[in-house]
Write a protein that binds this ligand. Structure first.
Ligand code: AQP
Length: 333
């Protein structure tokens, strides 16, 4: 089946191994499959739901585009663009927010986590973030949306919004209800400092994550300092969840090598963590260093990156402006 793929990454800096293994690696595989139509978006409108430094945001937009390309997405066969260049995203988000129920948004766990205790001070944009995400996806009639496990709930909401819009406006199948593409294993990479916490861009400790721009020595140091437990390496998958740090590091190793968890466990069972960490660092350096090198090279050519984003936004605009016109007609504008 010909798939229409849409996904996005926020240009909020510190793109990390979780973003890569949970999402970008999957983008690359999907974009390499013949016949798939892929749209990859630098979701800068989403980024400003939390205060950003304008100069840094500009740099982060280019860096996210560079990361897509450096990871293996070909900008000639996939559309790469930034969200704010296509006004249909904001227009569609407003219309969909008038269809969505407050009760649905109140259930979103990411808002609760990001807003923390001080909900009153969070932006309205942060609260309605999932509606904008639904607009992004639905404008492109996406059939499949590759995301990390943390975005599962937002994808379910997107499906609900699409169905409600179709019902409200008596337009059967008009907005296509997308399928999430979440990897069965290793879809949630955890912090190197706490196996129960998601690896995240906003963690104040840089030691908690491997950034995609980290160099060899930095990777070696971060893995050396990664939290483990006092026992030797696990001997089987049973009870592994009681050892979250070991499970996470073995998951990272397995995902990078595209092998099953059991195979990795067999390779190191009963050995000391130090031996495993050495192999893990080597694998990380082998996979991440070429991407890191390419990102830096691309960032030296801002004109090239801006041109990619401009060309991508022209192509995206063609698709999205047609859809928003149809949406407006259905609404009665
Ligand atoms: N730790 C993770 N494991 C697996 N997948 C992950 N993703 C993010 N973190 C992990 C996936 O990466 C894609 C892009 O994410 P994003 O940048 O749009 O937003 P995010 O989820 O907010 O990223 P962070 O790092 O978690 O940022 P903060 O610190 O702001 O919360 C998505 O598909 C996401 O699932």
């Amino acid at each position: 089946m010909r798939k229409k793929i849409f996904s996005g990454v926020q240009p909020t800096g510190n793109l990390h191994l979780g973003n890569y293994l949970g999402a970008i690696k999957n983008f690359v595989e999907l974009s390499n499959q013949k016949d798939n139509e892929c749209v990859f978006c630098v979701v800068d409108l989403h980024a400003i739901t939390i205060k950003q430094d304008p100069k840094q945001l500009k740099r982060n937009i280019r860096e996210t585009a560079a990361t897509f390309i450096a990871s293996g997405i070909d900008p000639n066969s996939s559309i790469i663009f930034n969200q704010s260049m296509v006004s249909a995203h904001s227009e569609c988000a407003w219309i969909l927010s008038c269809v969505s129920k407050i009760g649905w948004l109140n259930r979103m766990t990411q808002f609760k986590e990001k807003a923390g205790k001080d909900k009153e001070k969070a932006s309205i944009g942060l609260y309605s973030y999932p509606v904008l995400m639904a607009a992004d996806i639905l404008l492109y009639d996406a059939t499949h949306v590759p995301v990390g496990n943390d975005q599962k709930q937002h994808l379910e909401l997107c499906r609900d919004i699409a169905q409600k819009f179709n019902n409200d406006f008596d337009a059967l199948d008009f907005l296509k209800v997308p399928e999430p593409l979440i990897q069965k294993q290793f879809s949630r990479i955890m912090s190197l400092k706490d196996g129960l916490k998601k690896m995240s861009k906003s963690d104040p400790s840089d030691l908690s994550r491997i950034n995609l721009t980290d160099e060899k020595d930095v990777i070696l140091n971060k893995i050396k300092k990664a939290k483990t437990d006092p026992m030797p390496m696990p001997t089987d998958v049973m009870n592994l969840s009681a050892r979250p740090e070991a499970e996470n590091l073995l998951g990272i190793y397995s995902s990078l090598r595209s092998q099953g968890l059991e195979e990795s466990i067999n390779e190191f069972k009963g050995k000391q963590f130090s031996e495993f960490k050495e192999r893990l660092s080597e694998t990380l350096i082998e996979k991440i260093e070429p991407i890191s090198r390419e990102i830096k090279k691309l960032l030296n050519d801002e004109k090239y990156l801006d041109q990619i984003l401009f060309n991508g936004s022209e192509k995206a605009n063609k698709i999205a402006s047609k859809k928003i016109k149809e949406i407006k007609q259905l609404v009665g504008f």
